[in-house]
Ligand binder design. Structure first.
Ligand code: BES
Ligand code: MN
Ligand code: ZN
Length: 480
């Protein structure tokens, strides 16, 4: 059931609960039971919430943190905290937007409303498909109180659309590898395309062979599930430019013959987090009134170890003619992305962004919350960094050192699929991808192995897929 978010001057009488925002460094309104909040140790840190009774009704007091650290983005976390805390109510209202605007000079109410709506949708998210007793989620309607300005209403609409894309990505990531096979994933992507007015082309095994996607075929060789390659296109009238999104769609990564240890395999249904983010972003481009044409390229397969699986030492020929000696079958993402980047480059887009849960090394470098960004183009890298920052997603730049390329020298093919075991695994992976980006095309690679998944409960997300990357992609396309 969709969440209805509306705006109004004052709270509707039907509201069972009001969400109120307070700053940690400012006096709280006298209408709140402040002695009680203090006694219970409420510190008003951003995203902390406490339910109290005031004026005979229920109030969720939501921390907005320090007033001088507050930005519109803070409302995403605040909204998420409210939606989580109020999940037993059906109809609620909140003054969060005006509580913040009354204190923060120059706050952009449209952006604030967008972030608040995103937070409400993300905080409300549950993936309950496999629970015999579905987790409770009663929240149906939220009224954002204080302003009915067009910018605020538009912001709410935009935020809901983007959050729906992110939720779609989460659902894909959370779906087990045994049920979200490449065929099923492609089918659901095609259904989304139809609903969202995108054009869609799905290549099956025969078409993939015909297109000479040797990397995708090589990775798929150990699997009983056929691969797919999905292309989606969003075409607005008179597009200003064309950009390409590429997403790694490994529906389950067992590692192939270079098999993963049990512990490392437990979360590997998430290895299509890049694909999920790309498809999730594509689903909301039209609602977000994106002015550029966007083409998405999504290779899908699992990485299994059947009787005729690719062996270490085998050589694969990628779409663009370059050959790769596979020495570790667990370095499979780069193989399928090589084909996808080659195909994306053939259409000569103005820029390419790829998203991939590519290396454990990126997690080693930046931890579980920050994506690694690598690029062949300074200006485009800054553009993507800006979009990520405006979307409230954390990325950090890593280099693509040309002198590391010799680590991939192979005696029998154009390159090996792995570098030397001396660290820098995220960079050598990026360097391999770079070989498949067309000459002169600005390109950014986002290694989202860390932030695509969370093992801990955050304010904005639950254990499992996060949908990381959707907001950055939409913001990048929107602000082109
Ligand atoms: N899907 C994994 C990377 C990964 C690891 C994602 C942990 C999320 C969490 C990728 O296919 C992989 O196995 N990479 C190897 C590459 C190595 C064999 C060169 C890795 O990072 O260990
Ligand atoms: Mn792998
Ligand atoms: Zn993988």
């Amino acid at each position: 059931m969709a969440l209805t978010i509306t705006t109004a001057r004052s709270a509707p009488t039907a509201a069972e609960l009001i969400g109120v925002g307070v700053f940690s460094d400012l006096d709280r309104p006298d209408s709140l039971p402040n002695a009680l909040l203090d006694a219970r140790g409420f510190d008003a840190k951003l995203g902390k919430a406490m339910t109290v009774e005031a004026d005979g009704g229920l109030v969720v007091v939501i921390g907005l943190g320090k007033s001088d650290e507050f930005t519109e983005q803070s409302l995403r976390r605040a909204g998420a905290a409210l939606a989580k805390t109020a999940r037993r109510q059906k109809v609620i209202a909140t003054t969060l937007l005006t509580d913040a605007a009354s204190v923060v000079n120059g706050m952009n109410p449209g952006l604030g409303a967008q972030c608040l709506a995103e937070g409400l949708e993300l905080g409300r998210y549950v993936h309950g498909t496999y629970k015999s007793k579905a987790p409770r989620q009663d929240l149906k309607k939220v009224t954002i109180v204080g302003s009915t300005a067009k910018a605020v209403k538009d912001g709410v609409g935009l935020g809901q659309a983007i959050a729906a894309g992110q939720v779609l990505a989460r659902d894909f990531v959370n779906e087990p590898g045994g049920s979200l096979t490449p065929a099923e994933f492609a089918k659901q992507a095609a259904a989304m395309a139809k609903k969202s007015g995108l054009s869609c082309k799905v290549m099956d095994l025969a078409a993939i062979k015909k297109a000479k996607l040797g990397g995708l075929l090589g990775v798929n060789r150990g699997s009983d599930n056929h691969p797919r390659f999905v292309e989606l296109t969003y075409s607005p009238p008179k597009p200003k430019a064309t950009i390409a999104f590429v997403g790694k769609g490994i529906t389950f990564d067992a590692g192939g013959l270079s098999i993963k240890p049990g512990n490392g395999m437990m979360t590997m249904k998430m290895d299509m987090g890049g694909a999920a983010a790309v498809i999730g972003a594509m689903s909301c481009l039209s609602a977000a009134k994106v002015p550029v044409r966007v083409r998405a390229y999504v290779p899908m397969t699992d990485n299994m170890l059947g009787g005729d699986a690719t062996r270490p030492g085998d050589v694969l020929k990628i779409r663009n003619g370059k050959t790769i000696e596979v020495l570790n079958t667990d370095a499979e993402g780069r193989l399928i992305l090589a084909d996808a980047l080659s195909l994306a480059s053939e259409a000569k887009p103005d820029a390419i962004v790829d998203l991939a849960t590519l290396t454990g090394a990126a997690v080693g470098a930046l931890g579980p919350k920050i994506a690694a960004l690598m690029s062949n183009d300074e200006e485009f890298a800054e553009k993507v960094e800006g979009a990520a920052s405006d979307a409230g997603e954390r990325v950090w730049r890593l280099p693509l050192p040309a002198d590391y390329k010799s680590q991939m020298d192979s005696p029998i093919a154009d390159m090996k699929n792995i570098g030397k075991p001396m660290g820098g695994g995220a960079l050598t992976a990026g360097l391999i991808l770079q070989e498949f980006v067309g000459e002169g095309i600005p390109w950014v690679h986002l290694d989202i192995a860390g932030p695509a998944w969370t093992d801990g409960e955050d304010v904005e997300s639950r254990k499992g897929g996060t949908g990381f990357g959707v907001r950055t992609l939409v913001e990048l396309a929107r602000s082109w």
